[in-house]
Structures are given as structure tokens and as C-alpha cells.
Design a protein around this ligand. Structure first.
Ligand code: IPD
Length: 265
């Protein structure tokens, strides 16, 4: 039994429709690997096509909501109380390299609070959903964050800043601190799925800097509805605009904050 509300039905229908474009183009990308130019330009078009499909579908039933989109930027809606956060392909570098770990991410903000999230990896047919008060789900299965209490048994995901991205020095300071405390560190390359995996208890925690609101909005609702904790790296609430995040179960959160140099409050 997944979430069966009008809102979630709108979100899942939009994601499934847009995913058809994504799956078709992923097949094409695999062929383009061997070409001289590679698939980068083609993928830019895919990003735009998927985002257009999502926007059209969501606007059909919620015509006045605003949008914050990776490609199209901010579009003000007539309804100032609702905004969609859209990432058409989270994990673009994976997609370009034919690595089947990427997702469509759709978050909804109502009156300044994130209230619903959907993260869909169409290749594995894994649809992560959450709505405030309705729990977090992977397809038809209810999710719960892990219950590990010791950092020494925890698997922690992160994002490594790439070429042209801020935060290289900060990351190189933080990584050894975490490496020395936990069982393992992973870098899978799609922030929305990193968060969804924390919700599913696959990862015990996830931290990253330099992120955008569309990378995070959906996943944070999913983690919270799975019983997890989400803050910025000082332990505060400014993760959406502050471009940094720590998500984990509540037992590990204070220890990880401390380890990363933030406050454990
Ligand atoms: C990126 C991915 C990646 C993270 C980057 C994001 P994009 O999103 O989520 O895992 O490390 O910071 O920008 O560009 O593929 O939508």
C-alpha cells in the first residue's frame, strides 16, 4: 500500500510519463559512448525534454503552482503558497556515462514547508515517495531509516565536488575525519537517491556541500518521513538555501555533526 492521495497520484503520474523519455534517451546514450563527441550535448536535450514533460504534466492538474527547476530556473505561479522543485535528471554525470544510477526528483513546498517528495530511478523501477504524515515508501513498501547506533558500523554516503565546483578544500578536510570513524564511505553520484537510500536504511547517513534546492527538496521529505533527521552542517535548518546537508538516523546525527565539525545540538 503506497500513498494514495490526489497529490501523490499527480506526482507519480508525472514521473512515470517523463521517465519514458528518460529511458528511451538512456538507450541512445549507451550507443553514443563510442562516438568522438560523446553524449553530453544529447543529454542536455534530454534534461530539457524530461523537465518539459514534468512541467506540462504537473501544470495540467495544478495550473497555478510555481516551479524551481534545474534547467528552467524559477517560474512564479499565481499561487504563491506552492512551489515544485524539479530535477529532471539527478545524477547527470552518471547518465552521460551510461551508469544506471540517476533519478527524476520532484519536491513540493507549501507555505514555506516541504510537504511531499518523489525520487524515481526508472532503470531499477524504484519509486521513493513521501508526503507529510503519510510515511515514506519504496514502491509498496514502507521505509524506515537504519537503527545503527555506532559510527564504526555505519555506511555513509557523500558527494565529491567536481571540476568547477566550490568546496574542494573543505571536502578534503572532512573526508579523513569521517573515514576514520565509519565502516565505509560511498559516492554514488545522485544526491536525491543518496537521501532516498538513507530513508531505506541502505545508507546510515549522507552529507554533501554545494547542492541546489532541486537536488534536495524531495529527498529530505522522504528521509524525515522515514524517521530520519535532516539538517545543514551546523545542525540548523538552512539546508535548502545553504547548499549543504547532513541526513541520517537520529542516533548517529549528533556524532556525525561533531565529526564534520558542526555543532551537535
Ligand atoms: C548532482 C548529483 C551529484 C551531486 C552534485 C549534484 P545533477 O546533481 O546529485 O550526486 O554530487 O552536487 O549537482 O547535476 O546530476 O542534477
Amino acid at each position: 500500500m503506497a500513498i494514495n492521495t490526489p497529490l501523490m497520484n499527480v506526482m507519480t503520474a508525472a514521473a512515470r510519463k517523463a521517465a519514458k523519455v528518460l529511458i528511451r534517451d538512456f538507450g541512445e546514450v549507451e550507443h553514443l559512448q563510442a562516438s568522438k563527441k560523446g553524449p553530453a550535448d544529447f543529454v542536455t536535450q534530454t534534461d530539457l525534454r524530461v523537465e518539459r514533460a514534468l512541467r506540462e504534466e504537473l501544470s495540467r492538474t495544478r495550473p497555478h503552482y510555481g516551479f524551481v527547476m534545474e534547467e528552467g530556473g524559477v517560474v512564479e505561479g499565481l499561487d504563491k503558497t506552492h512551489r515544485w522543485f524539479i530535477d529532471p535528471i539527478d545524477g547527470t554525470t552518471n547518465f552521460i556515462h551510461s551508469i544506471p544510477h540517476f533519478a527524476i526528483s520532484i519536491g513540493l513546498e507549501r507555505e514555506g514547508h516541504l510537504v511531499a517528495g518523489l525520487v524515481f530511478n526508472p532503470i531499477r523501477d524504484e519509486m521513493f515517495t513521501a508526503e507529510k504524515g503519510q510515511g515514506a515508501w519504496l514502491n509498496d513498501r514502507r521505509l524506515r531509516v537504519s537503527s545503527r547506533r555506532e559510527l564504526s558500523t555505519a555506511v555513509v554516503a557523500t558527494g565529491i565536488p567536481f571540476l568547477g565546483r566550490e568546496g574542494h578544500d573543505e571536502f578534503l578536510t572532512e573526508l579523513p575525519k569521517v573515514m576514520n570513524e565509519v565502516a565505509g564511505v560511498r559516492r554514488f553520484g545522485a544526491a536525491s537517491l543518496d537521501l532516498a537510500f538513507v530513508a531505506a536504511g541502505r545508507f546510515d547517513a549522507y552529507w554533501e556541500r554545494g547542492l541546489s534546492s532541486w537536488d534536495l527538496a524531495a529527498g529530505t521529505v522522504i528521509v524525515r518521513e522515514a524517521g530520519g533527521q535532516v539538517t545543514d552542517l551546523t545542525g540548523g535548518d538552512n539546508f535548502l538555501d545553504g547548499r549543504q546537508i547532513l541526513a541520517s538516523n537520529t542516533e548517529l546525527h549528533p556524532a556525525l555533526l561533531k565529526c564534520l565539525g558542526g555543532s551537535a545540538a
